[in-house]
Design a binder for this molecule. Sequence first.
Ligand code: FES
Length: 286
Amino acid sequence: MSEGIKLPLPMKKGFGATDRVDDWWKGPTAMAAYLGIMIIYGTWRGFMEADFWIFEEFGRSAGNQTMAIESEGSHVLSPLFSPLIYPNENSWVPQRLWWMSPAMFILIFPAGFRGTCYYYRKAYYRAFMQQPTGCAVSKPWNEYSGETGLLLVQNLHRYFLYAALAYLPILSYDVWMSVNFHDPVSHAHSYGVSVGSLVLAVNVIALAGYTFGCHAFRHLVGGGADLWTRGSRPILRYRMWRVSTWFNEYHKEWALYSLFIVMFADLYIYACTMGWWTEIILWGGV
Ligand code: FES
């Protein structure tokens, strides 16, 4: 009988020490930079429409409307502010909360969805928390307690998924709004397509690909079923599970690209409302 392998395997000690000879640090470093930029940008944009402290200088209380392009006769709303809950006397929001940015009412759901996503957990545990630093790479600390304590919040992922599913029709409605134009003088209605509406459409497609490939969604449509066919025909749940599995195989790519697109969609709208860029009508319009 063989003696087998003695565990733990010998490993170099000291943060980042390893016997690996590849550029193992490039992936986590690039991920830390990418996620860091996205988090800082999203947080800044969410806060800049608030009405307190230094943020009064930038958004609506400074006289800037940066959440939607209105200048061309249609309504191109940034996905970071959709659905738009504008806290004022015409809303259900109590007066003591009127200082809040519209993004603060809604971003908890997409942020929670991404923050508890199985793929993103792997990415930011490595990039930011050094848990682990990398496969066969020494960490700065030895203890590992798993997803316990505060990290039990990760178990909420399936509930964030339900909210994320509700966002898809909401964001699709925003695309519809962006192709409906109204002449500001005659109020005549017409259809049109702008760069902004295309960006919103791509955003919905990317978010759908990310959401439908979610592990919890795959379980939702295919889990618990032990019969895939009726007679010789595949049942609907099997077909949905196959589609979800296809998206799931590329979940990392959908996760990363969809995050970029949602931030780019907001940046495009922000830049157009500030006059840095000009919204381009490709077809129709007023
Ligand atoms: S596992 Fe990534 S969104 Fe659900």
